[in-house]
Design a protein around this ligand. Structure first.
Ligand SMILES: [Zn+2]
Length: 107
């Protein structure tokens, strides 16, 4: 089971964006990479176009390694290790290993 899923709020543990948090926009498990909102922004030079008549420099998210990310626990308010446990009805639930709080899994 992947530690990080699309829709999760994650914290960046290392690199230039260390300490930033954001929502996961996309995950590529086979490549070990994820795209996180407002994280790992790189400047991108756009040519003038119909959509963007003035052209110029825009900032765009770039994928970063899953190993640099940890799910953010709403109670601990930091990146935590997650685990899985069975709920009363037999479904799997993701929990924070630090405080045992249930972490929602976006579907
Ligand atoms: Zn927690």
């Amino acid at each position: 089971m992947a530690r990080i899923r699309k829709g999760d709020t994650v914290v960046v543990l290392s690199g230039k964006d260390r300490g930033k948090s954001g929502k996961v926009l996309q995950v590529w498990p086979e490549r070990g990479r994820a795209l996180v909102e407002r994280v790992n922004l790189l400047k991108h030079f756009e040519r003038r176009s119909q959509q963007n008549p003035s052209g110029g420099v825009i900032e765009r998210e770039h994928p970063l390694a899953l190993a640099k990310l940890a799910a953010q626990c709403p109670r601990c308010r930091r990146g935590v290790r997650t685990g899985w446990t069975a709920a009363a009805d037999g479904t799997k639930q993701r929990i924070c290993r630090t405080c045992k709080e249930t972490l929602a899994v976006a579907s």
